[in-house]
Design a protein around this ligand. Structure first.
Ligand code: TYM
Length: 318
């Protein structure tokens, strides 16, 4: 049984290679993962099959996959210490998702906020988009994950993973562990340049690995419609980079001078990002391929054993 092989608790998260990472992805999911991964048996995925729910350009997808692995490494992930892999390399993810789709009902899936939001925004309502939470449940449950660092928008998806685990365990006997979301207060919903949740689809993002010019342009575009002297949208983003105790004095000193405050924010972002950007520039495509190949090898060991257990339980082995 795979669970017997496990010593430390398991931590797992994944990000879609559907575009450029923004600071919402970083503070909501990637940084919490980086802060925790040493104390866990940690898995970090590139969820490329999830990205296929919206992407139709193969060259772009390949480039995004290479980029997101570079982002992970540059942001501080040590690929030797964790299992860093690509979802599509482990066939058991889609295999297990099918089994969950045979257990979780359509009315339950119809309650998914993210599906409703995406369709409301005009995205094609393909069956993959609808079944998205079942593939995510498989991502998590296949590895007996206990803790999943994510942003607030993924809370319901973790509930779906628990639902899939319960349905399976009730039907076929205890097999899956119920995972818990790890959502950090204050960064679960990182606001965008317009004050709404930062999201690629709202066009309100600040790129994590943009050039200084790109970051400056995004920061200068933060909406400053505050009534008092403090530009609330700038301040909210600034709290990600500096403690509020320091910010309060700064915002008092430069009250009403929005441009100067934005310039300080740009410098604070640069302090974090510049060293990462430099590290990122040194990472080659060849390195990326090696990291993904060795990550897939490690992930496959657990996934195969777990899936064999599942197959024995559901009655497809004779
Ligand atoms: P994705 O690729 O949309 O987003 C990646 C992570 O970034 C977080 N995030 C945010 N956090 C705070 N503030 C924001 N404005 C913000 N925008 C995005 C998301 O909450 C997410 O944690 N379904 C997942 C990917 C996934 C996954 C998994 C995650 C697939 N399988 C298994 C964990 C475990 C998603 O679409 O993330």
């Amino acid at each position: 049984m795979p669970s017997i092989m496990q010593e430390k608790k398991r931590l797992l998260t994944g990000l879609q290679p559907s575009g450029t990472l923004h600071i919402g992805n970083y503070f909501g999911a990637l940084k919490p993962f980086i802060d925790l991964y040493d104390s866990y048996d940690s898995y970090l995925m590139v969820v490329d099959y999830h990205a296929l729910t919206t992407m139709r350009n193969p060259e772009q997808l390949q480039e995004n996959i290479r980029n997101i692995v570079k982002d992970y490494l540059a942001a501080g992930v040590d690929s030797e210490k964790i299992t860093l892999f690509k979802q599509s390399d482990i066939a058991q993810h889609t295999e297990l998702a099918w089994i969950f789709e045979c257990l979780v009902t359509v009315p339950v899936l119809m309650q998914a906020h993210s599906y409703k939001d995406k369709v409301a925004k005009g995205l094609e309502a393909n069956a993959g988009l609808f079944n998205y939470p079942m593939l995510m449940a498989a991502d998590i449950l296949l590895y007996d994950t206990q803790v999943v660092p994510v942003g607030e928008d993924q809370r319901q998806h973790i509930e779906y993973a628990r639902e899939a685990a319960n349905k399976f365990n009730n039907a076929f006997g205890k097999t899956f562990t119920a995972p818990t979301e790890h959502i950090i207060d204050g960064v679960g919903v990182v606001p965008g340049t317009d004050g709404k949740k930062m999201s690629k689809s709202y066009g309100n993002t600040i790129p994590l690995f943009g050039t200084k010019d790109e970051i400056s342009k995004a920061v200068m575009g933060i909406v400053t419609d505050s009534f008092g002297g403090r530009p609330e949208n700038v301040y909210a983003i600034h709290t990600l980079f500096r403690p509020e105790s320091e910010l309060d004095a700064l915002y008092e000193e430069k009250e009403g001078n929005y441009k100067a405050l934005k310039e300080v924010l740009i410098e604070d972002m640069e302090m974090l990002v510049a060293p990462m950007r430099e590290r990122r520039d040194g990472i080659t495509d060849e390195q990326i391929r090696e990291v993904l190949a060795s990550g897939a090898e490690k992930a496959r060991i657990y996934a195969e054993a777990k899936m064999q257990d599942v197959k024995n339980k559901i009655g497809v082995t004779v």
